[in-house]
Design a protein around this ligand. Structure first.
Ligand code: ATP
Ligand code: MG
Length: 564
């Protein structure tokens, strides 16, 4: 994997200090704890790179733990997808894969311990009443009338909750902490609730009471010997509860919770709830739609795992909230592919050219470099034929002097081949240009023509030997930089970019691309970076997904918007 040292950050500094002081017996154990209620997104990648990266660099371990305490939203498909994505990113949890549900029995026993210590009680208030009793930031809460139940009664009721004697919502188990605490999380938080009729993907119908996240998480961490429990900033206010739980049950150790700021990325959303909406309401084709900020979507789009790890290194880890420009992610993949993607030729909007002085039926093999900046990549041969296609945009009947491509009566060089001159423009009855008649100069293969300069170079594909392809031009999913902050009356779905996908059929690509394999990536010269989609179009035609344009076209648009 990467050999360059990863940039440091405040969490790594804490770990180095702890190692120096031999805290946690000199061990480093982290975990990545996704809830299997959706696919992983680029925000999760930040957390994965942080947790697994620390384990790699400090000879520790990083556990993969499914936080599966909400069975009605979770399923085995998500469990499998999450494992695939973490592996794809390049990380390995060895045999350290866990489920919070592995600990249900122990969690139950610890709850009994809390009850016996007078630190938890069964409460019969309804959810709404609990909310009312809880108070507000400016008004202290009020004790539940059930708060002083005897230990025996609590033990009996909790056992019967587990046995299924009560309906959903009839009772909960709550911690007994402090209803007047300025920290709302400490106002006798719920530890367990009743949930009948759900089949848990791991435990089936064994349980009808489920522990809450804030109770489950610290205990799971402690049971696994986690030393540094790294989470996002919204859990900062929950840390006193994290510590309270660990201080009041007999767990083997007390992990340290450290918070960092979550990743926000412009022009997309990284909330699982919103991504779920996009999938379920059909705004995209699925979790792996190449426009989605999910790891499976980015993979299908053609992003490399290395580019995403590089992105996570570049954005850094801090405690301040910020929003990263989409251009940062796009530049990571652009740089990776500029160095690592072989060059090919593809014509997206084909315009036919007949080279009148090139013999019919003849094929001349011309040599094309696979990577112009690096001869070690070698070359390939391309069939040059009487009929070829060029890009419609590369021809103008009349053009300003600055136009360096082909014009009526003018010359242009075909990349890796000859200089051609356009003599005649054929049009349909509707006036549409359908064909150009040209001649080529046989003395110009790798040489300048005699006595004149030809500046423009355009790409081309043989009309008789090239292959057909479908090309999908993906763009940003939203055309607003902060679709999640559109304001009260603005639904994020109204900010979707209507041009986020343009499908071009009957494109032409050089012959070898007909057999390119799913996942292969190329630079189509002068056009952009593309990857081969796993699916083929009708008739077995290959499909190429645009990963990213050659240059940042949005920077200009944004500058214009800012100036307007
Ligand atoms: P979402 O808000 O998308 O639903 P979540 O926190 O509910 O995210 P989890 O599956 O619980 O999703 O997340 C697993 C881990 O990934 C958690 O430790 C969480 O803090 C971290 N994580 C989630 N989103 C981000 C993000 N945008 N940036 C950094 N870390 C994140
Ligand atoms: Mg979560």
């Amino acid at each position: 994997m990467d050999t360059a040292p990863r940039p440091t950050n405040f969490i790594r500094q804490i770990i180095e200090r702890d190692l120096g002081e031999n805290r946690h017996d000199g061990r480093v154990v982290t975990r990545f704890p996704p809830e299997p209620n959706g696919y992983l997104h680029i925000g999760h990648a930040k957390s994965i790179c942080l947790n697994f990266g620390i384990a790699e660099d400090y000879r520790g371990e990083c556990h993969l733990r499914f936080d599966d305490t909400n069975p009605h939203k979770e399923n085995a498909e998500f469990v499998a997808a999450i494992q695939e994505d973490v592996k794809w990113l390049g990380y390995d949890w060895g045999d350290q894969v866990y489920f919070a549900s592995d600990y249900f029995e122990q969690l139950y026993e610890f709850a009994v311990e809390l009850i016996k210590k007078g630190k938890a009680f069964v409460c019969d208030l309804s959810a709404e009443e609990i909310r009312e009793y809880r108070g507000t930031l400016t008004r202290p809460g009020i004790d539940s009338p059930y708060r002083n139940r005897s230990v025996e009664e609590n033990l009996d009721l909790f056992r019967r909750m587990r046995a299924g004697e009560f309906e959903d919502g009839a009772r909960v188990l709550r911690a007994r902490i402090d209803m007047t605490s300025p920290n709302m999380n400490l106002r006798d938080p719920t530890l367990y609730r009743i949930r009948h009729g759900v089949v848990h993907h791991q435990t089936g119908e064994e349980w009808c009471i489920y522990p809450m996240y804030d109770y489950t998480h610290p205990i799971s961490d402690a049971l696994e010997g986690v030393t540094h429990s790294i989470c996002t900033l919204e859990f900062e206010d929950h840390r006193p509860l994290y510590d309270w739980v660990l201080d009041n049950v007999s767990v083997p150790c007390h992990p340290q919770q450290i918070e960092f700021s979550r990743l926000n990325l412009e022009y997309t959303v990284v909330s699982k709830r919103k991504l779920t909406q996009l999938v379920e309401e059909g705004f995209v084709e699925g979790w792996d739609d190449p426009r989605m900020p999910t790891l499976s979507g980015l993979r299908r789009r053609g992003y490399t795992a290395a580019s995403i790890r590089d992105f996570c290194d570049r954005i850094g880890v801090t405690k301040s909230d910020n929003v990263v420009e989409m251009g940062v992610l796009e530049n990571c993949i652009r740089e990776d592919l500029n160095a690592n993607a072989p060059r090919r030729m593809a014509v997206l909007h084909p315009l036919k050219i007949v080279i009148e002085n090139f013999p019919e039926g003849e094929v001349e093999e011309v040599e094309a470099m696979n990577h112009p900046q690096d001869p070690a990549w070698g070359s390939r041969s391309l069939p040059f034929t009487r009929e070829i296609y060029i890009e419609r945009d590369d021809f103008r009947e009349e053009a300003p002097r600055k136009f360096k491509r082909l014009v009526s009566g003018g010359e242009v060089r075909l990349r890796y081949a000859y200089v051609i001159r356009c003599h005649e423009v054929l049009k349909s009855n509707q006036g549409e240009i359908i064909e150009l008649r040209c001649t080529y100069d046989p003395g110009t293969l790798g040489a300048d023509p005699e006595g004149r300069k030809v500046k423009g170079v355009i790409h081309w594909v043989s009309a008789t030997h090239g292959a057909e392809a479908e090309i999908r031009l993906y763009d940003r999913l939203f055309n607003h930089p902060r679709p999640d902050l559109g304001g009260e009356n603005q639904d994020f779905r109204e900010l979707l970019n209507p041009d986020s996908l343009r499908t071009l059929t009957r494109c032409r690509v050089e012959p070898a691309l007909a057999t390119a394999k799913a996942g292969e990536r190329f630079q189509f010269e002068r056009v952009g970076y593309f990857s081969v989609d796993p699916a083929r179009a009708a008739g077995g035609v290959p499909v190429f997904n645009r990963i990213v344009t050659l240059r940042d076209t949005w920077a200009k648009i944004e500058k214009q918007q800012a100036g307007a």
